[in-house]
Every structure is written in C-alpha cells, then in structure tokens.
Design a protein around this ligand. Structure first.
Ligand SMILES: [Zn+2]
Length: 187
C-alpha cells in the first residue's frame, strides 16, 4: 500500500513537472520518442518540450576562519541554513547572478574569485537543480538579511550548522579545502 501511494505521488510530481499544452500554439501535447527519450511534443506546430536542469548559483564567502551562511526565508527548506544562492535570470551570466544573489540575500557586494564546483540537487519544488558554486571576495556593502533571508552571519569553520542541501554542503566543504590550500601555499 505504501509503495502504491509513493507511485501515485511520483506520478503526480511527473504530471506537475511536465507541460500539458504547447506554449507556442496551445494545443494539447502528445508524447513522442525523440533523441532516445519520450518527450512532450506538439502535433500542431512541432514544438518539443526538452526538460533540462534549472541553473542556479551559490556564493562561498570565507573571512578569517569563518564562512557566510544565510537562514532561508523561502521554501524549500525555510528556516534552514544554506549558502547565499538563487536561480539565474535569463539575461545574466552565472558570475553576475552569483554576485546579485549575494547582495540581495546578505547586503554584501563582491567579486567572483573562482569556480569551486558544480553539483546537482533534487528539489521537491523545482526538480533537478544545477548548482554552480563560486568563491566570492567581499568588496563592500553592509551585512544584513534581504527579503528572502531571515538571518545572515559568519560561522567559524568548526561551528557550521546543519545544511540540508547536499549541493551546498559539497561546495562549502570543497571551498574550505581549496582556500586552506591557497593559504598554505602563500605562507
Ligand atoms: Zn504547438
């Protein structure tokens, strides 16, 4: 019975995540095997719905021996700690998006130093999310929570709270390792 309910839930998720009508001409979509996958396809105008991961960006900011985290003010995982992050706008580069999200969520201005990692996250709300994590150097601004965040603060590396997003955790851990190495080489 439990398995059965799980199947229904998965099927509902699949329906919600899949377009039912053509976004170009409004006709109901068929499903057709295209490039090795069954994809929603419009018999009217030929539009094919390719479902792709959703690109998002996350900022890794380290100061002294602390890292910047935000307490989320929006779902999913509202009230949990995470890296400053968000979805890319259609007209911006990943680096621009990362700097914008950092400023919106924490009040800090910055510039991208380097790419840390690219991870995937299965989101109950958004499906497969691609998370691009950059190391960011703060160049100005005043630390204060934005409209999407409840709290912003630096945590000493040995006091980092639970981070529910696997993708963010991975970027955080790799970022700490990379910056430690850089530090050691400079010394
Ligand atoms: Zn169509």
């Amino acid at each position: 019975m439990q398995l059965f309910l799980k199947d229904i839930r998965l099927n509902l998720m699949e329906i919600e995540n899949t377009a039912q009508f053509c976004i170009k001409c409004g006709k109901p979509l068929d499903r057709k095997e295209i490039e090795g996958k069954k994809r929603p396809f419009c018999p009217g105008c030929g539009w094919t719905y390719y479902r792709n991961p959703l690109p998002s960006v996350a900022a890794f900011v380290k100061k002294d021996n602390s890292v910047l985290l935000i307490k989320r003010g929006v779902e999913p995982m509202i009230g949990e700690w995470a890296l400053p992050s968000g979805f890319l706008e259609i007209d911006e580069s990943a680096k621009e998006g990362c700097i914008r999200e950092l400023e919106e969520e924490t009040g800090l201005k910055g510039k991208v130093k380097k790419l840390i990692d690219v991870n995937n996250e299965k989101s109950s709300l958004y499906g497969n999310v691609l998370v691009i994590g950059y190391e960011v150097e703060v160049t100005g601004g005043v630390l204060k929570p934005g409209s999407d965040t409840k709290e912003v603060r630096f945590f000493p590396i040995n006091e980092i709270p639970t981070i529910p997003f696997k993708s963010h955790k991975g970027i955080l851990e790799k970022g700490i390792k990379i910056t430690e190495k850089t530090h050691t080489t400079k010394d």
